[in-house]
Write a protein that binds this ligand. Structure first.
Ligand code: ZN
Length: 457
């Protein structure tokens, strides 16, 4: 990233000035967070580094402004500056995980791939346990804690096929302050009976969950229509899912084109579909609110239709490595300007950390095509994910955004006392922030202005 980009960005992002009364009120109420900041550009994958600034937010946890200390001293000379919160750490918007499976929390790291074997051996037996609320709640607690401790403040989540377990997950998200797109996983064939739910029952259950949760807390929680994938749904269920999304203008999330054997089985299960994307296209599931995980083996024509429909990609490189699925062609996404977020895809992904997802995406791109930059990856893991989920108030530090932020400590530059960029420069700082996870890592996570997780000292 050139320095010109950064300078332009900084100018564009100049905050409106706030009245002294308003600033003073937030200060007195403790709604001022001073530290070192990485601020993403709202629409381009670049970052601005601000060594010392104060984030002000209101009672509703909405950002009012991010004010550089030198501007503060000029504009509000009579107001005292708050002290730096977590010196040595860098603050940035919380991560957005665009693809993760809550009922796979307990089987993370189970090496039984490739995909179809892994589903049969590790996933379906585990997901059947979510018929029991007590177990579902234990996992929901672990799941939300795992997101927070890795700095993730919003996630697009596949639940199990059980309405009650999904309701519990929504409740747990509400209690922990996390934001999310959460879906009842739809499946009515191709798996053991214990994880199947007949189409009319699954759609009626979805309607109840929409009624209870969709749009909760100013839209921080959303219901997402979630057919697992073509192989586990009858055309009748997929058609009903498409209608449900249309009727309520909901997001849709599913998997596509992950594994070669899955491709063959899908074309046999849907003999009249043009190709894999055609399965979803024919049944009302391809549009600008659709989010597709993997996208590894899409044809040129599928990419063209994908782009035309303005659908989004959830890129899950760690899962793709672990199940030996293949490599999503990042060059297609970038050249076609397709919206994309990164996904942990736990439990096929081995970590809830979006920083690990960045590292895997970097490694894969380095080997197979021109390397994506760490700045781009960090942006995809935050702001890019928010855009993929149609959540304009997330992944940003703009006035009106939710104050969802995370503090991460990068390895300090040796021989340097402060966090000034110095010889390290912005690109290296961001590289070390996302790739050097064996340093201290996540320090604190704040959702809507409220501290939700802190590292034990
Ligand atoms: Zn998945």
């Amino acid at each position: 990233m050139g320095t010109q980009d950064q300078r332009l960005t900084k100018d564009e992002l100049d905050s409106p000035s706030l009245s002294q009364e308003l600033v003073s009120l937030q200060l007195l109420s403790g709604r001022a967070l001073r530290g070192t900041w990485l601020r993403p550009h709202p629409s381009r994958p670049t970052w601005v580094y601000i060594e010392d600034a104060v984030l002000l937010y209101n009672e509703q946890g909405e950002i009012l402004s991010l004010i550089e200390v030198e501007n503060w001293l000029r504009q509000y000379p009579s107001l005292s500056l708050p002290s730096v919160h977590r010196p040595g750490a860098v603050w940035l918007p919380g991560f957005v995980d665009t693809h993760v499976h809550y009922p796979q929390t307990n089987i993370i790291g189970s090496a039984s791939g490739p995909l179809l074997d892994w589903l049969e051996t590790s996933v379906f037996p585990e997901e059947s346990k979510f018929a029991h609320d007590q177990y579902a709640q234990l996992v929901a607690d672990r799941f939300t804690d795992s997101l927070l401790r890795n700095g993730t403040t919003c996630a697009a989540v596949f639940s199990s096929s059980h309405v009650s377990a999904t309701d519990l997950l929504f409740k747990t998200f509400a209690a922990t302050g996390l934001s999310g797109e959460i879906g009842l996983t739809l499946m009515d064939r191709g798996a053991p009976a214990a994880v199947l739910c007949e189409a009319s029952e699954a759609l009626a259950g979805s309607e109840r969950l929409i009624e209870s949760w969709h749009g909760y807390d100013e839209g921080r929680l959303g219901f997402c229509v979630t057919p697992r994938f073509g192989l586990s749904c009858t055309p009748e269920l997929l058609r009903g899912a498409g209608r449900l999304a249309q009727d309520h203008q909901l997001m849709v999330q599913t998997h596509i084109s992950e594994n070669r054997a899955e491709l063959v089985a899908t074309s046999e299960a849907f003999p009249t579909a043009k190709d894999y994307l055609g399965v979803y296209e024919d049944l009302g599931l391809l549009h600008e609110r659709s989010l597709f995980a993997h996208c590894i083996w899409l044809s040129e024509d599928e990419w063209r239709r994908f782009q035309a429909a303005e659908a989004a990609v959830a890129h899950c490189p760690d899962s793709n490595f672990f199940l030996g699925s293949g490599q999503m062609p990042l060059s297609e996404v970038r050249s076609r300007e397709v919206r994309m977020g990164l996904g942990s895809d736990v439990g096929a992904g081995r970590s809830f950390s979006m920083r690990k997802a960045c590292a895997r995406a970097y490694d894969a791109s380095r080997i197979t095509e021109s390397a994506v930059t760490p700045q781009e990856l960090l942006w995809y893991a935050t702001r890019g994910g928010a855009i993929a989920l149609h959540r304009p108030r997330l992944g940003a530090l703009e006035p009106g955004s939710f104050a969802d932020v995370v503090a991460i400590t990068p390895p300090p530059a040796i021989g340097q006392e402060d966090l000034s960029l110095g010889e390290r420069g912005l690109d290296t700082l961001i590289s070390q922030l996302i790739f050097c996870e064996d340093w201290q890592g996540t320090e604190e996570v704040i959702c809507r202005g409220i501290s939700r997780w802190e590292r034990d000292e």
